[in-house]
Design a protein around this ligand. Structure first.
Ligand code: PLP
Length: 377
């Protein structure tokens, strides 16, 4: 890795992390089974306050089996925010179900009013949505209480996509991942706040749901002494070696959230420029500040985010545009959609700046120097 570059959200391995992996290797459990998996699952359960946690090979696998366990099948309809990473909607398609794309509000959380309107319209058309997947975009809590209550009223299951928001909380202090949905999904992919290079977790208070997911993820192997299969299975379990790494990284979660929140606060100080808004927490919760999202008012700085990405890249700084709305993705060209323009505005005006907790003040000042210079030109 080029150390002089400033990366968006690079994974970081401490000496303890390295030691944890070495110990797991030396224990001989180089397999998708072993003592570190249960340790990591227990630690995550405690962190998010759920009774059950199932470690899986990715967040996408957790979305897939979570939806399956909620009873989603072929030709069912599942509501997905259009402002999210494609994996949220991909998982719906793995089951032969249809993602219906719904827009977000000014907090970039699934828009409750539009969700209600969509649920009602789908009902009227005779294709009621079976489930909805709220997403905590860039670590900022979705309006979970409100969305869960709408889901209950329309008899929809909820699977919370908390892939980006481990460490984020609601106003009550409750972690977003454990809060009210039937199940929630975490990701430990390369640049997430806790990274095992690749990995995920499904967390829930529903024992049957957790057991089903664990069973399917282990090739649906029946508990007998030979390989007996009555159902289609998946090879979706997390490696024990990676679980050891995840357990070690998790010890630093709180510290990392505080660091990333101070990075975001520092951006707010350094980017006190007209037409520039550094994302704030929504009224109902506290972000883990996984990525700092900045919006550049198109009326003041037209197309500034595109110019900025190139200029930052030229200076060795990695930034990223927000997720391109799913309704603009060729692969979802035929997905039904209910829009209000917010996700497209975010894509047009937003930029995610380097957000690692390890960024020095000098690095933050130099990132903001480039931003200010581009906005002046
Ligand atoms: C990262 C991510 C996922 C997928 O997680 P993987 O572990 O990479 O499979 C799903 N949804 C969102 C919103 C994500 O950011």
């Amino acid at each position: 890795m080029d150390v002089s570059r400033i990366l968006l959200s690079p994974p970081k391995a401490s000496r303890q992390d390295v030691q944890a992996v070495v110990e797991a290797l030396q224990s001989g459990w180089i397999a998708p089974a072993g003592p570190h998996i249960a340790l990591f699952e227990d630690a995550i359960s405690r962190t998010v306050g759920t009774e059950h946690a199932v470690a899986l090979s990715s967040g996408t696998a957790a979305l897939h089996l979570g939806l399956k366990a909620l009873g989603i099948q072929e030709d069912d309809v599942v509501i997905v925010p259009t402002a999210t990473f494609a994996a949220t909607a991909f998982a719906v398609t793995y089951l032969g179900a249809t993602p219906v794309l719904v827009d977000v509000d000014s907090t970039w959380s699934l828009d409750p009013a539009l969700l209600e309107e969509t649920a009602r319209d789908l009902q009227r058309r005779g294709t009621p949505a079976k489930a909805v997947i709220p997403v905590d975009l860039f670590g900022s809590p979705a309006n979970h209480d409100e969305l869960n209550s709408i889901a209950r009223r329309f008899d929809m299951k909820t699977l919370a996509d908390c892939a980006e928001s481990l460490g984020a909380t609601l106003q009550t202090g409750a972690p977003v991942a454990g809060s009210g949905a039937h199940a929630s999904v975490l990701s430990f992919n390369g640049n997430k706040i806790v990274s095992t290079s690749g990995g995920g977790m499904l967390v829930t208070n529903d024992k049957d749901l957790a057991e089903k997911v664990r069973f399917w993820a282990t090739q649906s192997r029946e508990p007998v002494h030979w390989y007996e299969h009555r159902e289609i299975g998946y090879n979706y379990r997390l490696s024990n070696v990676l679980a050891a790494l995840g357990f070690s990284q998790l010890q630093r979660l709180e510290e990392e959230v505080q660091l990333r929140r101070s990075v975001r606060d520092r951006y707010r100080e350094l980017l006190d420029v007209p037409g520039v808004t550094v994302q704030v927490d929504p009224p109902w919760g506290t972000s883990n500040a996984w990525l700092t999202l900045v919006t550049l008012d198109a009326g003041v700085h037209p197309q500034a985010n595109q110019r900025l990405i190139f200029e930052l890249e030229r200076c060795g700084i990695e930034a990223r545009l927000p997720w391109k709305p799913l309704h603009l993705q060729p692969v979802f060209a035929s997905a039904p959609r209910y829009l209000n323009g917010a996700a497209e505005r975010l894509f047009k005006e937003g930029i995610c700046l380097p957000s690692a907790g390890s960024l020095s003040d000098r690095e933050l000042v130099s990132v903001c120097g480039v931003v200010r210079q581009v906005l002046r030109s």
